[in-house]
Design a binder for this molecule. Structure first.
Ligand SMILES: NC(=O)NCCC[C@H](N)C(=O)O
Length: 409
């Protein structure tokens, strides 16, 4: 059976992509919780939505089918039994497995139609929205001044991270921080219960329950047999090992390149510092390169005794030349490598390009130095507006989950 998921590169023509249009969750962020919510500022919602609609239109204008996470989840919950099971899980993962608040939340959420319920869960539920009977002392007295029973999910528009499509399958991710962990429950329900995916032969390479942490921003599909993964703030070596074991056993993938990057908020995922944009061209933030273009990378292959062989290599160009079988690799530095422009543009996702075909990318307009340089290297650049979207600390690659790409010729 032909899987509804098919992604064998970072650059094949984009056919189907999943987005989330930012909603009320953005307006449920306030200064005291910015840090915990993993954002640095509060986007102005009407403009963020306008910018997001233009981003979606750019993808459609270039031939991609745009699916929205919120619609896919709504359809997945069409059956009342599934909807109730999902509600139990999301309420439990929000901190209330049983008790008066659990009951109040469930009754409240069930009072909406399914689409509004999904929007509400993403937006968050304030304490003053529900009336609870017989609350316990803990429920009454703990965190008295905290306004939410269910936290908002202001990062839901970064649909790259909750999961990643690799080949004909998917990883449904155990995300690092509490602020995002519930998001991948959405993916699990979409894959298991949305008619587009359920019983259609989608392989789940790794589900969200093993302990090792992994996020899609670290998972780069370099070819139909090579994956690059960041060892980062968000993805652990343990998860990479488990994923490599699964891919080597069940798929075409025979090479995993695990690249160590700084563990900090500005560079939280590999795709904030390194993206593939053409057969032999990449963007790279100079801060991840040591003298002579060196990184710390661990190349993993299956070995004949059933173990994984690991070699440590450091020359990024040489690693990519070998893995992609190319005579040369063009590494294009973010901000031209300038000591001020490069970190400034990287902070606003100047390295986070989304390739929609070989040599064709979508980028934020604000990173004009990096964009001009891409053009000088022969790349076709579609710029999208970015004054509000960028405040969430993610760019076009972060905001998109490719579901189907054309195979490379
Ligand atoms: N792939 C990505 O780099 N996604 C960006 C995620 C930004 C979000 N504020 C986060 O910290 O998770």
């Amino acid at each position: 059976m032909q899987s509804p998921i098919h992604v064998t590169s970072e650059i094949g023509k984009l056919k189907t992509v999943m987005l989330h249009r930012p909603g009320k969750e953005i307006e449920n962020v306030y200064p005291d919780i910015l840090h915990r919510m993993l954002v640095d500022d509060i986007p102005y919602l009407p403009i963020a939505q306008e910018e997001h609609d233009l981003f979606a239109q750019t993808l459609r204008d270039n031939g991609a089918e745009v699916l929205y996470l919120e619609d896919l989840l709504t359809d997945a919950l069409a059956d009342n039994g599934i909807k109730e099971e999902f509600l139990e899980k999301i309420i439990a993962e929000s901190g209330y497995a049983a008790g008066a608040i659990h009951d109040g939340l469930k009754e409240y959420l069930l009072s909406f139609n399914t689409k509004d319920m999904v929007d509400k869960i993403i937006a968050g539920v304030r304490k003053d929205e529900i009336k609870t009977k017989h609350a316990s002392l803990a429920e009454l007295a703990e965190d008295r001044d905290y306004p939410f029973y269910m936290d908002p999910m202001p990062n839901a528009y970064f649909t790259r991270d909750q999961q990643a499509c690799i080949g004909d399958g998917i990883t449904i991710n155990h995300m690092t921080f509490k602020a995002r962990q519930r998001e991948s429950l959405f993916t699990e329900y979409i894959i298991n219960h949305n008619k587009r995916f359920a019983d259609k032969g989608v392989e789940v390479w790794r589900n969200r329950y093993p302990e090792g942490r992994i996020e899609g921003g670290d998972e780069l599909v370099l070819s139909d047999h090579v994956l690059a993964i960041g060892i980062s703030q968000r993805t652990s070596a343990k998860a990479i090992t488990e994923l490599a074991e699964s891919l080597f056993e069940k798929s075409n993938y025979d090479t995993v390149i695990a690249i160590h990057i700084p563990h900090n908020h500005a560079m939280m995922h590999l795709d904030t510092v390194f993206t593939m944009i053409n057969y032999d061209q990449f963007t790279v933030h100079p801060a991840i390169l040591r003298d002579g273009g060196h990184v710390d990378a661990y190349i993993m292959h299956p070995s004949s005794n059933g173990e994984i062989s690991i070699t440590h290599e450091t020359n990024l160009k040489e690693i990519l030349k070998k893995a992609l079988d190319k005579p040369e690799i063009d590494l294009i530095p973010t901000g031209g490598g300038d000591p001020i422009i490069a970190p400034r543009e990287q902070w606003n996702d100047g390295s986070n390009t989304l390739a929609i075909a070989p040599g064709v990318v979508v980028t934020y307009d604000r990173n004009y130095v990096s964009n001009d340089l891409l053009r000088k290297h022969g790349i076709l650049v579609h710029e999208v507006r970015s004054s509000e979207l960028s405040r969430g600390r993610g760019g076009p690659r972060c905001m998109s989950c490719p579901i189907v790409r054309e195979d490379l010729k």
